[in-house]
Design a protein around this ligand. Structure first.
Ligand code: ZN
Length: 386
């Protein structure tokens, strides 16, 4: 598990195999001991010992007999989803979003927890209090996943830099580890969110490129439920892909980065200029989610242009990574002008064979970073995993 303490030697092996059995059941819903032994490359005896322990601990249940194959009917096993919970938290400047999920990643509780300080020590202390109070309600807690905007080393559990919350070199896992008895993982917020769209991608998809467009633009490549972090934690940073060499200067120094062209902040400003109405941030966000049709043509033009820019980025992803799925998670992900322009430009610019085979999915999800952070806890298998 990333940045967490785990048992060593044979204890570690047993813990890893137990996690693999649980993950197999989570993905396949039901399975027999024999099927799991074959699929995981373990002996039937090892699987039986693990299953016996999980049955004793009330984590799995026998759900009937499979009589479809030849030979003796096999007992089918399934998870008891409520046997485990995981907490996911997205840290922001004035509040944190939190979710509690069951072992299948379904949200059983969510909320916004106000934070009255941006000092990292105070923030983490408030987060620890929140986790301890949730642990009272959900005693079989697998762990806590923390998502933070910025540069995060998930292996050492350190937030190197976050301009959004003003943190620098904060050892999140060590600090929370002193207060909590369960494993803690820390992720970049987009890398965490990249684990969240399990509901919208086809079950057999093994590689997904996830793009989040909101106040900023970020991305992550996920292969078989593992997020690629990169050698120095910035893999998938699509926000700084330049899609217009004559575009505006970005904070990174380049011109025409996606982030400087299509973030919520930029689109809000363009709307203000074009429509000539001053509005607060929340009012504009309501325009995006509910009232955009009232602004007709002007709004459509802005969203169409944004879709074209993202389409250029999507074509690059299709050509470079050839993923099975691309997920675009954004407040305007479901607006038709944006989608149509994006798909048209991506089709025009990408190589045609991989484009014909990629599944592009749009979504607009709240709490995706917090849910993804909780899923990161559920999916983690070993301390070396990156
Ligand atoms: Zn940039």
């Amino acid at each position: 598990m990333e940045g967490t303490s785990m048992p060593k030697g044979t204890g570690l092996l047993r813990a890893v195999n137990e996690k693999r059995v649980l993950n197999f059941l989570r993905e396949h819903k039901t399975a027999s001991r024999q099927e799991m032994a074959e699929a995981l490359g373990l002996s039937k005896n090892t699987v039986s010992l693990i299953v016996d322990k999980l049955l004793r601990d009330g984590m799995v249940q026998e759900t009937g007999l499979d009589t479809t194959g030849v030979g003796r009917p096999r007992k089918q096993l399934s998870l008891i989803p409520n046997a485990f919970h995981a907490i996911g938290i997205l840290v922001q400047d004035t509040a944190c979003e939190f979710v509690v999920t069951d072992y299948l990643g379904r949200v059983v509780e969510s909320g916004i927890h106000p934070m009255n300080s941006t000092d990292s020590v105070d923030c983490l202390s408030q987060i620890a209090e929140l986790c301890l109070s949730l642990e009272k309600e959900y005693p079989r807690l697998l762990g806590v996943g923390i998502a933070v905007p910025g540069l995060v080393d998930p292996i050492r559990g350190i937030v190197h830099y976050s301009s959004h919350v003003g943190w620098r070199d904060v050892p999140v896992v060590d600090v929370l580890g002193e207060r909590l008895s369960v494993p803690v993982i820390v992720y970049n917020r987009v890398k965490a969110a990249a684990l969240s769209p399990t509901q919208v991608i086809p079950e057999q998809a093994s590689s997904t490129f996830y793009i989040r467009i909101d106040e900023g633009v970020g991305g992550a490549f996920v292969i078989r439920n593992k997020v690629m972090h990169g050698a120095s934690w910035t893999a998938g940073e699509i926000g700084h892909l330049s899609v217009d060499p004559d575009g505006p200067r970005c904070s990174c120094g380049q011109r025409g980065c996606l982030e400087s062209l299509v973030s919520l902040q930029v689109l809000r400003r363009q709307l203000c200029e074009r429509i000539g109405v001053e509005r607060g941030r929340t009012e504009w966000d309501r325009v995006f989610t509910e009232g955009w049709r009232a602004y007709g043509r002007e709004f459509g033009d802005i969203l169409h242009k944004a879709g074209e820019y993202v389409g250029t980025g999507v074509a690059t992803i299709v050509n470079l990574f050839n993923p099975q799925c691309i997920v675009i998670d954004s407040p305007y992900g479901e607006i038709v002008e944006f989608r149509d322009a994006l798909l048209a430009v991506a089709e025009q610019r990408a190589l045609s064979f991989p484009f014909q085979h990629v599944h592009i999915q749009f979504m607009n999800s709240q709490f995706s970073s917090a849910i993804g952070a909780a899923l990161g806890v559920i999916l983690s298998e070993s301390p070396q995993q990156i």
